[in-house]
Ligand binder design. Structure first.
Ligand code: GLU
Length: 510
């Protein structure tokens, strides 16, 4: 690779960044870091009609959260600043006029009605309703109108757009790192608008001009942009930049879990997983969409999961830190076919990272929820709770949600467990255990509780298996959970005996 690697993530701030967009940013980032290149963030906000307040800061925050570092962008600047297209407005038009001058583009004066009529006419004769090599000759443009008419219109300030003049029938061929050679006939394409009547560039012009000016070496973007690539190739050719045209890599789509169609927000709502990295509140409707961050995912788990949705490492390894991803990543191993989103796998990744974290790191994550619930406990206590619960849950916050009994006495008892395990004589046995526990040292360890329990069972001639679950129920309200003796030691003798006393009263009368 002779050129320095410079890649860009170029979102339009039209709403929250979809998780598929985060994956595009991630692949760009991995590629940049792998090749000691530069990662650029360019905000493509030329379409003011689609501008959504808050979307840009959302994008920046989301990338940071996932661990994608930006080298050049609207926040950190760089040699090609500004990195927001709305602030580069003045740069694009000259290229469109240059193309007109050299015969590769033309002025088009058609009104909305003219265009509508053209579409109807072509549809009626079963033809593609496009402004293209054939239809342009029957429209109002600088190719069909007399030169003095064109001049007069321009001088009078009549509205016009500039359209690219594509060859009528020509094979456009380019190489895509993921798809190999792609060939499209220009007859399939239309003469896209490059400069709009308000003087603003369209996506195509601004995107190509900026990629050129910013020295972009590789364009890594979603498959939905593949149909635009031949047009971009023609722009590079017409603008005389073919030599430095970036390498293209169009990433496969992120599909619904069932595999039919693109993953949408509705799939997330339906199946209970976020499709956005961070929670998003729609500024117009106030509608709140859930985010991975707020749902309790670790950013490392999200990055790891996304990396594997479409890219396959040489071995079957699944767990990668960001540095390991950088080391292993290559565009050649990105698949052509769409990647199905797998909800269970997302849970699994999060669980793996939960196991890897130190207890203190997990405490930092769950602390806000603990405070919100007004549980008055120290970090040391929480670390021990984490130690006992982390293997039982997939999300850090579930440690608190499912382990309420570490913080408060149960106010209800699982009725299924009562029905199955609580016999008339159980009440007396549990009360016997309470008395035994009351004789223990207040700082008793797990083993002390266990031994006291075993002694009780022996004395009363009951199998321990019959009392173990009722005992857990009396202490926690649940039939399953953290290792029972360690849990008791942590909660402490006094609380345990008080809970048993309460349970004996409540359960026997229920
Ligand atoms: N602004 C385009 C988008 O929103 C960028 C596409 C590209 O990367 O060329 O996805």
């Amino acid at each position: 690779m002779s050129r320095p690697v410079r890649v860009r993530f170029a979102p339009s701030p039209t709403g929250p960044l979809h998780i598929g967009g985060v994956r595009t940013a991630l692949y760009n980032y991995l590629f940049a870091r792998k090749h000691k290149g530069t990662m650029i963030l360019r905000i493509e906000d030329t379409d003011q009609n689609r501008f959504v307040p808050g979307a840009e800061s959302y994008i920046i925050e989301a990338l940071k959260w996932v661990g994608i570092e930006i080298d050049e962008g609207p926040e950190n600047g760089g040699p090609h600043a500004p990195y927001r297209q709305s602030e580069r407005k003045g740069m694009y038009a000259q290229y469109a006029y240059d193309l007109v001058e050299r015969g590769y583009a033309y002025y088009a004066f058609d009104t909305e009605e003219d265009l509508e009529q053209m579409r109807k006419r072509l549809e009626a004769s079963q033809m593609q309703p496009a402004y293209d090599g054939t239809s342009r000759m029957s429209m109002k443009n600088s190719l069909t109108l007399p030169a003095d008419d064109v001049k007069a219109r321009l001088e009078s300030g009549a509205p016009y757009v500039i359209r690219i003049k594509l060859p009528r029938k020509e094979e456009i061929r380019f190489h895509d790192s993921i798809r190999g050679w792609v060939t499209v006939n220009s007859a399939q394409l239309d003469d896209k608008v490059l400069l709009k009547s308000d003087g603003m560039p369209t996506y195509h012009l601004a995107n190509v001009v900026d990629d050129y000016l910013m020295g972009i070496s590789h364009v890594i973007r979603g498959e939905e942009w593949l149909p635009s690539a031949p047009l971009h190739v023609m722009l590079y050719r017409y603008l005389g930049w073919e030599e430095v045209m970036p390498v293209f890599a169009h990433l496969p789509l992120l599909l619904k879990p069932e595999g039919n169609g693109k993953l949408s927000k509705r799939d997330g709502d339906r199946l209970g997983f976020p499709v956005f990295p961070l929670q998003w509140t729609d500024p117009k409707t106030g509608e709140v969409s859930s985010g991975y961050r707020e749902s309790g995912y670790f950013p490392e788990a999200v990055a790891n999961m996304l990396a594997l949705l479409g890219w396959h490492p040489s071995d079957n390894r699944e767990l990668f830190s960001m540095d390991e991803l950088i080391e292993a990543f290559s565009l050649e191993k990105v698949s052509k076919s769409g990647a199905k989103f797998d909800v269970q796998k997302a849970f699994w990744f999060n669980q793996q990272y939960l196991q890897q974290k130190t207890a203190a790191e997990v405490v930092a994550v769950i602390r806000p929820l603990v405070n919100e619930a007004q549980y008055d406990v120290s970090d040391e206590y929480l670390e021990q709770v984490v130690g006992l619960m982390r293997e039982k849950v997939q999300f850090a916050n579930d440690i608190i949600r499912e382990g309420t009994y570490f913080f408060v006495a149960p106010d209800s008892y699982d009725s299924d467990v009562i029905a199955k395990k609580w016999k008339p004589e159980t009440t007396g046995h549990i009360d016997g255990i309470r008395q035994k526990f009351a004789g223990l040292n207040p700082q008793s360890a797990a083993m002390d509780f266990e031994n006291a329990f075993k002694a009780c069972c022996e004395e009363s001639g009951v199998k321990s298996g019959e009392l173990l679950q009722p005992l857990r129920l009396a202490v926690s309200g649940k039939g399953a959970g953290a290792p029972i003796w360690e849990m008791m030691a942590l909660i402490g003798r006094d609380f345990i005996t008080a809970r048993l006393e309460n349970a004996v009263k409540k359960i026997s009368f229920s």
